[in-house]
Design a protein. Structure first.
Length: 490
């Protein structure tokens, strides 16, 4: 009997190893603060040949949205499959495991099913008191500094700056006493002077190692840092653009009729030179900020190209699913706002590409609405793994595999997306459908009739110039019905 059980166990193990070897690899590419300022999305200024190349390898999502327009909660939703209002983490106050200690993250789920799970660069948000999630990885993640300068003049003679302290968990109780760093550097230096160049080089090394073990499926997450501030990109990427081609947005005011607490403040820019202590940006510096954003996108694009070139050279494109995901959008002066931290379109719409051999067709696109939490169940299904069930955290996304097969597929839940933003004591919860964005603002736990409502029509007012809620009560009523299907949460 013992011999029989031993033989059975060996047969099962052999079968499991064989099945594992047949599974597709996953290359998951995260880009910090990247909005769709990408050629393939119709941006006529952006120099992004490698992002364009990757998009054309598979499917481009034209209406993809984050669940929260701040790095830490957005990544928490992506990696847990759970929306922000369910986790109850709105900024940097706690990580996923503070709420769900036994959560199974996306990379952890793949690791638990025989994948070699590894991370390079920024995947989880590190800093502001948050640390990496060691349970997600088969080996320690390769780290690079999020905020990094090369010229000591950028940091008051090489001192620790406020944002460096935040992102490295140093001097957190005294950040306001530290000097501010510059918002950009334009130095004639190599790509690997800054973190994204080193992240690309390390990703290439990881792919080379993976190619030597074809029977071991891998989940490799690569997280690029730019275009997050500061815009520290080598000068050659700044030189791709003529600064005179950049223009300030036409509309630089709060939306008419919006609640005052819906507006963006200077949470981030106030920590950078040359802006004042309130983070105010004059028009000249605003143009340089736009220039710096585009230069940073092109810098990351070039690093992505190095990874893709080696990926194809190694023949890994035959059996590897690739995802490129931006964690949230970014305001580039629209409404006179900068960075993220709002419920508006520019902060919430993200780039998303998925390449799945044998499933997606090259150079396809879809207008179906998808959100970050959908990616966890989607990748699990694409890899042929068991449906995610029984995790401590609820999996709230839906698999969008049918859309990958048919861009017009009608998947329940993809006629709208849900997101939120917490501003002080007011929680703004959002439903975005093909045409409208509705935002319900109220104190958590307060009665629905106390809420203030925003409504924007992207067919007739893509710049969100006016809150149309008072003029369209029937639209508001129907969209609130959809919103109320979602629990208000923590």
């Amino acid at each position: 009997m013992t011999k029989f059980l031993l033989i059975l166990a060996l047969l099962l193990l052999t079968s499991w190893v064989s099945n594992a070897a047949d599974r597709p690899n996953i290359l998951f590419i995260c880009v910090d603060d990247l909005k769709p300022t990408i050629g393939v999305y119709g941006d006529k200024i952006a120099k992004t040949p490698n992002l364009d190349r990757l998009a054309r390898m598979g499917m481009r999502f034209d209406k993809a949205y984050c669940n929260y327009a701040v790095c830490a909660p957005s990544r928490a939703s992506l990696l847990s499959g759970t929306r922000t209002t369910t986790i109850g983490t709105y900024f940097f106050e706690r990580g996923i495991r503070a709420v769900y200690p036994d959560a199974v993250t996306m990379p952890q789920y793949f690791k638990n099913h025989g994948y070699f799970s590894e991370g390079v660069g920024k995947i989880f948000h590190i800093g502001h008191g948050l640390v990496d999630d060691e349970l997600s990885w088969s080996v320690p993640r390769h780290d690079e500094p999020e905020v990094e300068y090369h010229d000591p003049a950028s940091t008051d003679g090489g001192k620790l700056t406020r944002e460096e302290a935040f992102f490295s968990n140093r001097e957190l109780g005294h950040v306001d006493d530290l000097p501010r760093g510059t918002a950009w550097e334009k130095l004639d230096v190599s790509d690997e002077t800054y973190g994204d160049g080193r992240i690309a080089a390390e990703a290439v090394r990881r792919l080379q190692a993976a190619a030597k073990k074809p029977d071991q499926p891998f989940f490799l997450a690569v997280g690029f840092l730019r275009p997050h501030l500061p815009f520290t990109a080598p000068k050659k990427y700044w030189d791709l653009y003529d600064e005179t081609q950049f223009k300030l947005p036409d509309y630089r005011k709060d939306p008419v009729g919006a609640p005052p607490y819906a507006a963006k403040h200077a949470e981030e820019t106030k920590n950078y030179i040359p802006f004042n202590d309130q983070g105010k940006i004059d028009d000249k510096d605003a143009i340089t900020m736009i220039h710096g954003y585009y230069a940073s996108v092109s810098y990351v694009d070039a690093q992505l190209g190095k990874v893709l070139d080696e990926f194809v050279r190694l023949g890994l494109d035959k059996n590897t699913i690739i995802v490129l995901w931006g964690d949230h959008g970014w305001h580039l002066g629209d409404h006179n706002y900068w960075t993220k931290h709002t419920n508006y379109e520019q902060a919430n719409r993200i780039p998303l590409f998925i390449v799945a051999p044998g499933v997606t067709k090259p150079d396809t696109q879809t207008g179906r609405l998808v959100e970050s939490v959908d990616l966890y169940p989607t990748l699990v299904q694409l890899a042929g793994l068991p449906k995610v069930e029984g995790t401590q955290q609820p999996i709230e996304g839906v698999s969008i595999v049918p859309i990958l097969k048919d861009p017009n597929a009608n998947v329940p839940g993809t006629d709208h997306v849900y997101s939120c933003y917490l501003r002080g004591e007011y929680l703004g919860r959002v439903i975005r459908n093909d045409r409208y964005r509705l935002v319900e603002w109220k104190k958590r736990g307060a009665a629905p009739e106390t809420a203030e409502i925003e409504l924007y029509d992207y067919e007739n007012d893509p710049e969100e110039r006016k809150n149309l809620a008072p003029e369209h009560p029937d639209v508001v009523k129907e969209m609130l019905k959809v919103l109320y299907q979602y629990p208000e949460g923590k």
